[in-house]
Design a protein around this ligand. Structure first.
Ligand code: SF4
Length: 116
C-alpha cells in the first residue's frame, strides 16, 4: 500500500481548486494499492484557499514549534498544516503504508525540495 498526493490522481484539492493529474499515476491508481490523501484538506483547510508557505524554517521546525506556516493573507495556518500531517501519519500507520508518492514544491507534500 502506498499513499499518493490526491491532486496527482485528479482530485481538485489544490489551493486554486485544480489538480496536478499524472496520467501514469491514474493508471497505477486504477490497478490498486494507492491511497489518495490531501493533508491540507485533512487539516481542515477549504478548497480553494490562499496559498501558503513555511516561514522561518523547514517542516521539522514547524513540527518542533520553531517555525510557522503562513498564507498569502498573512494568516497563521500552522495548526491546520500540523493537523493534516498528523492525520496522514495516522492513516499511514493504520494501513501499514510502505511508501508515499508526493507532489513536489508543496508546503504539505513536498519532500526534499519545497519551493524553487
Ligand atoms: S496538500 Fe498535497 S495533495 Fe493536497 S493539493 Fe497540496 S500537494 Fe496536492
Amino acid at each position: 500500500m502506498k499513499i499518493v498526493s490526491a491532486c496527482l490522481v485528479g482530485v481538485n484539492c489544490r489551493f486554486n481548486g485544480e489538480n496536478k493529474l499524472s496520467a501514469e499515476l491514474v493508471e497505477a491508481f486504477k490497478r490498486g494499492g494507492l491511497v489518495p490523501l490531501c493533508p491540507e484538506q485533512l487539516g481542515g483547510l477549504p478548497t480553494p484557499r490562499p496559498s501558503s508557505r513555511i516561514v522561518d524554517g523547514n517542516a521539522y521546525d514547524v513540527l518542533d514549534g520553531r517555525a510557522r506556516v503562513s498564507n498569502e493573507r498573512d494568516e497563521d495556518v500552522t495548526e491546520e498544516f500540523v493537523r493534516g500531517a498528523r492525520e496522514v501519519l495516522s492513516i499511514a500507520e493504520v494501513l501499514n503504508v510502505e511508501a508515499a508518492i508526493l507532489e513536489s514544491r508543496s508546503p504539505s507534500c513536498g519532500c526534499g525540495r519545497v519551493y524553487d
